[in-house]
Design a protein around this ligand. Structure first.
Ligand code: AMP
Ligand code: ZN
Length: 117
């Protein structure tokens, strides 16, 4: 079924608590945890608990959960006391996507260049 946990998915395992992560927030539909290879003083990933391979697939199938991810991004920023931050959804390997479970990178705590690389 669409959205079902995948046995071979790292972020499904983190969402299920089967692999440890530094979790900073959790809701019924989302988990937020620190990126293991941070690119900024604040670098948190917000994931839906349901499995979709990217943000667009999530939004198409479960738009309310996609909105939950965006709301949680703001809550992470509030918790981290970062006024300005960037939300990144790498989509496709050419854009640097390496984990095929939708996730928002929340980056803040330093100056962020525009346009990004
Ligand atoms: P992306 O490259 O956009 O698919 O993002 C995947 C992110 O997951 C990368 O920034 C990785 O550093 C991060 N990552 C990979 N494994 C873990 C892990 N076990 N715990 C936390 N973050 C992870
Ligand atoms: Zn998954």
């Amino acid at each position: 079924m669409p959205g079902e946990p995948q046995d071979d998915c790292l972020f499904c395992k983190i969402a299920a608590g089967h692999i440890p992560a530094t979790i900073v927030r959790e809701t019924d539909t989302t988990v937020a945890f620190r990126d293991i290879n941070p690119q900024a003083p604040t670098h948190v990933l917000v994931i839906p608990k349901v499995h979709y391979e990217n943000a667009a697939a999530l939004a198409a199938a479960e738009p309310a959960v996609a909105a939950d991810v965006l709301r949680e991004a703001q809550s992470v920023a509030d918790d981290e006391k970062v006024e300005s931050y960037r939300i990144v959804f790498n989509t496709g390997s050419g854009a640097g996507q390496t984990v095929w479970h939708a996730h928002a990178h929340i980056l803040g705590g330093r100056g962020l260049e525009w346009p990004p690389g």
